[in-house]
Write a protein that binds this ligand. Structure first.
Ligand code: NAD
Length: 438
């Protein structure tokens, strides 16, 4: 099939590359000329394991190409995906301007029937709005609007796209359903289901998934904080309560909260949808509040350790991206903490295996970017771990004890073994596990 993907960021690039890899002919469109130039050379513009190889393979096979010209894509493609940003507006609602504008442009350019698939995460009712826009701008041909939310996880995106747990498709016509069935047929060899439903239910499904996962994170974090106060160990508690078959242990990792481009904005957008429909979303609101608080856990621990005075302290930082195996810095907890440390007079030396270039765009002053993990430790008083990259897990605590002047380790992802750090004389702060020190 001939496919166009509008927007070649984290979702659009993975989608276009994976569709091409299963034999479809794909044209990716982006307004950013530099992105298009780099992708056309086979250079991956995001860090995503395994992506660059299939990108360059499919470029060579001529099943994939990139352009800044929307008209070229619209004239060639039968199916057009929108993988455009839906950032939070000032009031927390999803900003649909990218999606609406592109839909209008596509409708004006269309000279034959199309299926227009919204892959961006959009609030309930968006497909209906977009259907109205395209019907008015293109009265001569049918453009069927379909909602097909994306569930890939950054860092595992190629695998998730190629072998999805499920595919959700909201559509309202038999012909668009047939097109989507044909399109996804190569991805369903693992027998995972395709759920066809109406557009509104598909739109809601995506928010339900992200908001539930965000709630799991906030739930375990609040329990962990309480464990620290009352002298319980969150890992024992977690083993105990998740052994109930009704409680899935997956995604219950105590830490410094969620970040990234999806959970924070999708949580806010669902709260807004509730507000607009006079339905209080109290649990989701609490999830958001709890996460705002949890994000600054490292800063609070360190500040308390130094009796409220961080001035002149030299802090090593390991990990900047919001999670491992991605360079995505959007809403990463590291940002707010580092800004606070700098504001209060601390010096920061940071290392991340892949996110430093993107980090420099948001944290441009006051941070020394080290070439290696261990360089950050030179002259440092304390270490904060923000991201659980594998390269940090295997570090010998003796190395930390040798280099850190104050032997303070703020372990925001609970990756170090407390018995070993204690044996090396480190003061080790973990989330919800400090009772085992006693
Ligand atoms: P992104 O910011 O990485 O990529 C968006 C791309 O669209 C950018 O390259 C930008 O230059 C391009 N763009 C903007 N306006 C354009 C236009 N008019 N024409 C062509 N290109 C244009 O965004 P993303 O992370 O890929 O997210 C896209 C959507 O997918 C969002 O709604 C997001 O919520 C959703 N989503 C994201 C993920 C994820 O893990 N990142 C997962 C599931 C769903």
């Amino acid at each position: 099939m001939k496919i166009a993907v509008i927007g070649t960021g984290y979702v659009g690039l993975v989608s276009s590359t994976c569709f091409a890899d299963t034999g479809h002919s794909v044209i990716g469109v982006d307004i950013n000329e530099k992105i298009v130039e780099r992708l056309s050379r086979g250079e991956c513009t995001i860090y995503e394991p395994g992506l660059e190889e299939i990108l360059s393979y499919n470029l060579r096979q001529k099943r994939l190409r990139f352009t800044t010209h929307l008209s070229e894509a619209v004239s060639e493609a039968e199916v057009i995906f929108l993988a455009l940003p839906t950032p939070p507006g000032a009031d927390g609602s999803a900003d649909l301007s990218f999606v609406k504008k592109a839909s209008l442009d596509i409708a004006k350019l269309a000279k034959a029937p199309k299926v227009l698939v919204i892959k961006s995460t959009v609030p309930v009712g968006t497909a209906e709005i977009v259907q109205g826009i395209v019907r008015e701008a293109c009265p001569d041909f049918s453009i069927d609007v379909v909602n097909n939310p994306e569930f890939l996880k950054e860092g595992n995106a190629v695998y998730d796209f190629m072998k999805p747990d499920r595919i959700v498709i909201g559509c309202s016509t038999e012909s668009s359903r047939k097109v989507m069935e044909k399109l996804y047929a190569p991805f369903l060899r693992n027998n995972h289901p395709v759920f066809f439903m109406d557009n509104k239910s598909a739109e809601m499904t995506k928010y339900a998934a992200n908001c539930f996962l965000a709630t799991k994170i906030s739930f375990i974090n609040e329990l962990a904080n309480l464990c620290d106060e009352v002298g319980a160990d969150i890992e024992s508690v977690k083993r105990g309560f998740t052994s109930d078959y009704r409680i899935d242990p997956a995604f219950f990792h105590p830490g410094i909260g969620y970040g990234g481009s999806c959970f924070p904005k999708d949580v806010k957008a669902l709260i807004k949808t509730g507000e607009q429909n006079s339905v209080p979303m109290k649990i989701i609101q609490a999830t958001d509040d709890s996460n705002q608080y949890q994000k600054l856990w490292p800063y609070r621990k360190l500040k308390a350790h130094y009796n409220g005075n961080l001035s002149g302290k030299r802090i090593a930082v390991w990990g900047l991206s919001f999670k491992p195996k991605t360079d995505d810095m959007r809403e990463a907890p590291s940002i707010d903490n580092i800004l606070k440390l700098i504001e209060e007079g601390a010096a920061v030396s940071a290392f991340d295996p892949v996110a430093m270039e993107k980090a420099k765009e948001v944290l441009h002053t006051g941070v020394h970017y080290a070439e290696t993990r261990d360089e950050t430790l030179k002259g440092a008083d304390a270490l904060i771990v923000f991201t659980e990259w594998n390269a940090f897990r295997s570090v010998d605590p003796a190395l930390l004890a040798e280099h850190l002047n104050d032997r303070v380790l703020v372990d925001g992802r609970n990756i170090f073994d407390l018995t070993q750090t204690k044996a090396n004389g480190l003061t080790h702060y973990l989330v919800g596990r400090n009772s085992i020190l006693k």
